[in-house]
Design a protein around this ligand. Structure first.
Ligand code: AMP
Length: 181
């Protein structure tokens, strides 16, 4: 088996032009997570910096953040908290609206998922404009969570999301980046 040290994660991400609409290049992580050693390495690279940092929860954004976040939580031996689209969580929720290109969207988290003062790491597959992650961070901070970092497999730096989060004082950790949209 190939040593996990040598895997080029970027080469395992499939790029699909003009999806879901013309001009967007969709960065598809299903090809990465289907590759056993690539998936394992991505989890280790995302999670290892937080070993021994007193992280209490990994918080994943629906839906691809669940795939990476669940495995990161297992790696670190901590709990996992889902942030979901509106109307999916059965208990009492806290919610946050955020802007899309046209209109707004809403994300929700169970109100009792994070205790005030708990250190958490937020995770998603990709950061583009940063709108989704910024809303998730507001939600976490509103309930008293301490966001140690926001971690993403893929950064699209030209869209400015990672910089937006850094400008708000959040540590941003990404594994690979792609130019353009
Ligand atoms: P944003 O809020 O603009 O940072 O968008 C981030 C969310 O949209 C993430 O959950 C990504 O999965 C998804 N996303 C945005 N752009 C892309 C892209 N080019 N390829 C794949 N997923 C994307």
């Amino acid at each position: 088996m190939q040593s996990s040290e040598n895997i080029d994660l970027k080469s395992l991400v499939r790029s699909i032009p003009d999806y879901p609409k013309r001009g967007i290049i969709f960065r598809d992580i299903t090809s990465l997570i289907a590759h056993a050693e690539g998936f394992r390495q991505s989890i280790r690279d995302l999670a290892a910096p937080y070993e021994g940092k007193d992280i209490r929860k990994i918080v994943g954004i629906e839906a691809r953040g669940f795939i990476f976040g669940g495995a990161m939580a297992d790696f670190l031996g901590v709990g996992f908290v889902p942030i979901r689209k509106q109307g999916k969580l059965p208990g009492d929720v806290v919610s946050q609206d955020y802007s899309l290109e046209y209109g707004t969207d809403r994300i929700e988290m169970h109100a009792d998922a994070i205790e005030a003062g708990e250190k958490v790491v937020l995770v998603d597959d990709l950061i583009a404009t940063g709108g989704t992650a910024a809303a998730a961070i507001e939600l976490l901070q509103d309930v008293g969570g301490i966001v140690e970092a926001a971690a993403f497999v893929i950064d699209l730096p030209d869209l400015g999301g990672a910089q937006l989060l850094r400008d708000r004082g959040v540590n941003v950790h990404t594994l690979i980046d792609f130019e353009g949209h």
